[in-house]
Design a protein. Structure first.
Lengths: 135, 115
């Protein structure tokens, strides 16, 4: 275990091995949630490339789709989809806790807030999916 | 303890907004553009896509969809690196993470501008 080098005096640095998050399922879940952002970011870069290729013409767009048909990219997007859904689920579950919604004097139960978020997510996803399927 | 004014709340707000955008919009787009279109499940014609992405409102949508979650990534990535023990490099990590997000934002603007 290498000791961290505190550069800012007055701050407490716990000395933990780099694999601390493998010790408990809850720690692991936390790290996977954080890691989901990496997969989402890579997909967004891919999406930006797709937008650029669309602007460059039909051949360029067909070529990028051809590239993304490779098994490696399909595998990446399957895994990334899992992480993206994991982000959504954990995010909406937290929204219910973090975002306190009140009606008059009473607080709307967090589970109801989370439920509304899930319903909205489903609706938005279905509308977008329908939009693309319709062509 | 003296309170120091930092830029932290700014990054945190972007993190939060980016997280909301990612939660609502990314899974369906990932399915459509990462799997369904390349595999031919949903054939997306180039002509209709081009007509779509040249519309100003769609450009705004794409900017929100692509650029904002990058700040969400930057914030989380920064703390992933710190959480696995790279405490000694807080400042370079922050500059690298947020810098990459800013670079991504500029790239997004450039791509959308040129279409």
């Amino acid at each position: 275990m290498t000791a961290p080098q505190p550069r800012r005096p007055g701050l407490y640095y716990p000395t933990l091995p780099a694999t601390w998050w493998l010790r408990r399922p809850s720690y692991f879940k936390f790290m996977m949630r954080e890691l989901s952002s990496v997969f989402v970011a890579i997909f967004l870069v891919v999406l930006l490339v797709q937008v650029r290729r669309i602007g460059q013409g039909p051949e360029a767009y067909a070529a990028v789709l051809q590239t993304l048909r490779a098994p490696g990219w399909i595998l990446f997007h399957v895994v990334a989809l899992g992480f993206a859904i994991f982000h959504s689920v954990t995010w909406f579950n937290l929204t219910g806790v973090v975002q306190v919604v009140r009606v008059g004097e009473r607080q709307v139960p967090p589970r109801l807030v989370a439920g509304a978020s899930f319903a909205a997510w489903g609706a938005v996803s279905l509308v977008l999916l329908w939009f693309f399927v319709r062509g | 303890m003296a309170t120091r004014k930092t830029i932290e709340p700014f990054w945190w707000t972007l993190f939060s907004v980016g997280g909301v955008v990612a939660a609502f919009l990314v899974p369906v787009h990932l399915f459509v553009h990462g799997l369904a279109a390349p595999l031919g499940w949903i054939p997306l014609g180039h002509g209709s896509l081009l007509a779509l992405v040249t519309q100003p409102l769609v450009k705004v949508y794409l900017f929100v969809l692509i650029a904002l979650p990058l700040y969400h990534w930057a914030h989380r990535f920064r703390f992933i690196l710190e959480d696995v023990g790279l405490h000694g490099f807080r400042t370079p990590i922050a500059i690298l993470s947020y810098g990459a997000a800013v670079l991504g934002t500029v790239a997004t603007l450039w791509v959308l501008w040129r279409i």
